[in-house]
Design a protein around this ligand. Structure first.
Ligand code: PEP
Ligand code: MN
Length: 294
């Protein structure tokens, strides 16, 4: 038995039993089922794709058409955005509460599963009948009251790892959701802070090693978000393929009709054509490990 002499760093055998007994690998692997044909943690690798921000109905409908054409079911898009700095560019448009009407419209017209981030507990009531999966963003990974409140809705939760947090801390946060008897928790690796990121504008480094490490230590599925990690559209494809090969249970991607015109994070989104190419190439990597992109 390793003694827990250095709390906050890596995971000891004792931690698995006492710090996060529900999310740890002492339990059998969980498959998180979202709908009849979308589950995380099984043979399929669902893609969750969409723009950074729900900018308008037209963009969301166009994205859904591309998803449909490529047989992808999960749509992403933020209506509330945690911006690092409080100033907004002219282009910036936070849909806010109105965004839920756009997502409602999307839902009426397309058979999609909607992932969106919630920043405040008080918004849960407003969104819970429209969105399918509640995203807890990196910046709120340790907002325990928010995680608990989100878990109480019984909606599936996508919990992103903060860019400075250990897997030990991530599993501690997941434990808060599982304690509410909500077993539908999906973890997400989205890049970590590092002294060098290989490109001046890249803010984070995708921690591919976290994928097998999370699987060793947890019973929960883990997906990868290469877009937020590398912040550079040209690297999204190789990092996606690498994530699938490393065992990611899903991929979150940003795509946009005119990526460089995205209201937020315009450098990281890929365009529609690149998205279609990405799906085709991802399927080839998935085939090699007997998995299927959905
Ligand atoms: C997002 O997915 O839009 C987002 C803000 O991600 P993260 O919390 O990982 O930065
Ligand atoms: Mn973003």
């Amino acid at each position: 038995m390793i003694e827990n002499k250095f709390p906050g760093k890596d995971i000891s055998d004792e931690d698995l039993k006492t710090k996060f007994p529900l999310s740890s690998s002492i339990n059998s692997k969980k498959i998180v089922e979202i709908s009849k044909d979308i589950s995380f943690g099984g043979e399929n690798v669902p893609f969750i794709a969409g723009p950074n921000v729900v900018e308008n109905k037209d963009l969301m409908f166009k994205c859904c058409e591309i998803l449909e054409k490529n047989k992808i079911k999960c749509l992403r898009g933020g209506i509330y955005k945690p911006l690092t700095f409080p100033y907004r560019s002219e282009k910036y448009f936070e849909a806010g509460d109105e965004g839920i009407r756009i997502l409602e419209d999307v839902k009426k017209n397309f058979d999609v599963i909607i992932f969106t981030e919630i920043l405040e507990e008080k918004k849960l009531n407003l969104v819970k009948d429209v969105i399918d999966v509640i995203q807890i963003g990196a910046r709120n990974m340790q907002n325990f009251p928010l995680i608990t409140a989100a878990a109480k809705t019984k909606k599936p939760i996508l919990l992103k790892r903060h860019f400075g947090s250990s897997i030990r801390d991530l599993l501690g946060s997941a434990e808060y959701a599982l304690l509410e008897k909500n077993e539908k928790v999906i973890l997400c690796e989205r890049g970590v802070s590092a002294p060098h990121t290989h490109r001046a504008s890249s803010r984070f480094l995708l921690d591919l090693q976290a994928i097998p490490a999370i699987k060793d230590n947890s019973c929960l599925p883990v997906i990868s978000d290469p877009s937020h990690a590398c912040f550079w559209h040209e690297w999204v494809k190789p990092l996606t393929l690498g994530s699938i090969a490393t065992g990611a249970d899903g991929i979150m991607i940003e795509f946009h009709e005119n990526p460089r015109e995205s209201a937020v994070d315009p450098l990281q989104a890929i365009d529609f054509k690149e998205f279609e190419d990405l799906i085709e190439n991802s399927q080839r990597v998935a085939n090699a490990i007997d998995k299927k992109i959905v």
